[in-house]
Design a protein around this ligand. Structure first.
Ligand SMILES: Cc1ncc(COP(=O)(O)O)c(C=O)c1O
Length: 417
């Protein structure tokens, strides 16, 4: 039954109690969101949660136009420029990865219109593993998405991408990494291709921007993906994922300012006067931006490197557990902090359900069916327990021949019917 608009207010305590109950109700689909900034004791506690919470509380009544919040946004852009080797880059802070991708796509389209031959039916070309936001706003910007199958290791197939390019291609997208399998696309090869064909390359590092540089620092292999790679035109990175910031903060950067020409909106023929903005959204929470700023300052390179070390430790343990289990198969060679695996001899969705029954809020992927894991800097005993429970769940399914109870694979379902 629909709830009426409240007739009378209720006490702060009653609301507190209600909220406390609601917080413990995990949505089966978004439980991974908790992995980045987690207050349930699963992650290494190095104080970042407390620091960001305080920063958030100090600025949650302010908007993005507040002077200090504007200056924090400028600081965040500068920090990411430095992290991603883009001394000549410029950028903006947005509300989410999707908005960052929108702005990158829009500027790529504008750029092609300014520099290329006539664009009648613009096309965006990307590996099949790319993020669905590009389809989400294709009707708004007026282009078509061509998804190209990856190679068997779930990486972009560069030759197939090349074959898909034509004079209507305005954008190639590479992901570092794509969501489902965590296997980074070969940015260097795609950037070479983009350069040779005069096409914009966007690197969607929404998930990996704050992991990959530190994986590299720790001496592990990771493809070069930042502005040091000639041919990379723009990069997106989300603070609210592996930047350990509160929800609602992302960045998009362009290798040089002329690429984002025309992005800024300015209008003054209006009763309230000038309105100038460089992003799509209007008011955003100053709390989230302050939280991101505080997280960067608090962790610094050392803090990020330590957290990344913990993530890689978790990954090594989980990969070892998958590798030694002859019923399971790791998908590709994931370099960063997400991975997925399937069943060689057993129904992997039945294993997924058995793990959920044990309280593990893991996700699924499809084509092929698999379990997806978003790793965090877990405490040692958490990852050990996951590895143990994975063995037990696999054994249970093998012994009983259990089949899946359901087929649904859902990344997000935010529409209330
Ligand atoms: C590869 C990739 N790009 C972009 C996004 C979009 O991020 P957001 O949910 O902040 O819009 C995601 C989200 O999971 C993602 O995995």
């Amino acid at each position: 039954m629909a709830l009426a608009f409240p007739r009378n207010g209720v006490s702060a305590d009653a609301i507190g109690d209600e909220l406390a109950i609601m917080r413990t109700e995990d949505s089966p689909w978004d439980s991974f969101n908790d992995r980045w900034l987690n207050d349930r004791g699963l992650l290494v506690d190095d104080g970042v949660l407390d620091v960001t919470r305080r920063a958030h509380a100090a600025f949650f009544t302010k908007g993005n136009g507040h002077a200090a919040v504007l200056s924090m946004q400028a600081d965040l852009v500068d920090m990411v420029k430095d992290l991603l080797n883009g001394p000549d880059a410029n950028g903006v802070i947005t509300s989410c990865g999707t908005e960052s991708l929108f702005l990158a796509t829009r500027t790529a389209l504008d750029w092609k219109r300014r520099h290329g031959p006539g664009l009648d039916e613009p096309e965006l070309v990307m590996p099949a593993t790319g993020y669905p936001a590009f389809e989400k706003f294709a009707p708004v910007l007026g282009y078509r998405v061509r998804r190209i199958p990856t190679d068997h290791g779930f990486r972009a197939d560069v030759a197939a991408i090349e074959a898909a390019l034509n004079d209507q291609t305005f954008l190639i997208v590479a992901s570092v990494p794509p969501w489902a399998h965590g296997v980074c696309d070969p940015v260097g090869d795609l950037a070479g291709l983009a350069r040779a064909r005069g096409v914009w390359l966007h690197v969607d590092a929404c998930v990996g921007a704050f992991v990959a540089p530190f994986v590299k620092r720790l001496g592990r292999p990771v493809p070069a993906f930042d502005f040091s790679v000639p041919g990379v035109s723009s990069i997106s990175g989300d603070f609210h994922k592996f930047g350990y910031a509160p929800k609602g903060v992302s960045a998009v950067l362009w290798s040089s300012p002329e690429l984002s020409d025309g992005l800024g909106f300015a209008f003054s023929n209006w009763a309230a006067g000038l309105y100038r903005s460089g992003v799509l959204t209007g008011t955003r929470s100053g709390g989230a931006i302050a939280g991101a700023w505080a997280a960067m300052r608090y962790l610094g390179e050392d803090g990020f490197t330590e957290r990344t070390k913990a993530i890689l430790n978790a990954k090594d343990k989980l990969v070892a557990a998958i590798d030694r289990n002859r019923h399971l198969e790791l998908y590709g060679e994931p370099e960063l902090a997400t991975l997925s695996f399937g069943g060689r001899t057993i129904d992997i969705f039945a294993v997924h359900e058995a793990l959920r029954d044990r309280g593990w809020p893991l996700l699924r992927c499809q084509d092929p069916d698999g379990i997806q894991v978003v790793l965090g800097p877990f405490r040692e005993h958490v990852i050990d327990q996951l590895a143990t429970d994975l063995d037990a769940a696999t054994e249970l399914v093998r012994r009983t021949g259990r089949r899946r109870r359901g087929n649904a694979v859902v990344y997000a379902d935010e529409v209330v019917d």
